[in-house]
Design a protein around this ligand. Structure first.
Ligand SMILES: [Zn+2]
Length: 269
């Protein structure tokens, strides 16, 4: 019973054979999946894939796609975002956040990313939903925004946590969970493994971030079926049995996203 809390299963990488990728995931014991939204232009397709796969989802504007939303288009985009949250399978706001590593190729300036992030955090506050955050090389800025807005009622998750181990307690105080996946399997990612060891066990969730973040043993595209081996690697780093890690992280994700545990235990699809 594993919960892939962050999988972009609607992306093109899976178009050729989505049903085989899904079957492999089920055979590996991945019982639940959450597909985060990334841009207004892809929300309809995301919803279709979610329905096909009986997965959970979130609605958001990812910093990589922030440049697609002009100032004039922002209000209608946020209206559409809120309307999509009416669907009971949409259990969070996101993916939204800050990415300082993403420059050039029309990427949005950090100021615009921050404005979109704040507007989405306000929606999470108002709708009392958790938030799925993407943050790369912008943790000082992220903490400042979260502290200024005040704790979210339902908290959130820093997916693919790549920040310093020292910030884990501060984020945890702000009600944040931490998503870990393939990055910790890469020998060079020692800081990620140190951060993982700092995470309170009741705040840890697992993710593949597929098709990105392939683990050290796999060629891209990453796929949800890899979550079992990734979980094994994480259990090894933490020195706990795989089964107890699977149970704990599924419980954590169930609590974070406000699901019923029996729902989270069902076989997807
Ligand atoms: Zn993502």
């Amino acid at each position: 019973m594993l919960f892939d809390t962050h999988c972009h299963f609607d992306f093109d990488a899976f178009d050729d054979d989505r049903s085989s990728f899904l079957r492999r995931a089920r055979e590996s014991g991945i019982t639940k999946m959450l597909v985060p939204g990334v841009s207004p232009g892809s929300w309809a397709r995301q919803a279709r894939v979610m329905a096909e796969c009986r997965s959970y989802g979130a609605v958001g504007i990812h910093p990589f796609w922030a440049h697609e939303v002009t100032r004039a288009a922002l209000a209608p985009a946020l209206e559409q975002l809120e309307a999509r949250l009416a669907d009971a399978t949409m259990v969070a706001v996101g993916e939204c956040g800050l990415d300082r590593a993403r420059t050039g190729r029309g990427a949005a300036p950090l100021e615009w990313q921050a404005e979109l992030l704040v507007r989405q955090l306000e929606i999470a506050h108002r709708r009392e939903l958790p938030v799925i955050l993407h943050c790369v090389r912008a943790h000082g800025h992220m903490i400042e925004i979260l502290e200024r807005l005040g704790p979210l009622q339902r908290g959130g998750v820093l997916h693919a946590y790549s920040g310093p181990p020292e910030l884990v307690p501060r984020y945890a105080e702000l009600g944040m969970y931490f998503g870990f996946g393939g990055a910790v399997t890469r020998p060079a990612f020692t800081r990620s493994r140190r951060a993982l060891l700092e995470v309170p066990r009741d705040r840890l969730v697992l993710e593949t971030d597929a098709p990105d973040q392939a683990p050290s043993w796999a060629a891209p595209p990453n796929q949800p079926a890899e979550l079992r081996r990734i979980a094994q690697a994480i259990a090894g780093i933490l020195g706990v049995p795989l089964e107890s890690l699977a149970q704990q992280t599924t419980q954590n994700a169930t609590r974070l996203f406000g699901l019923r545990l029996d729902e989270a235990g069902e076989t997807a699809g």
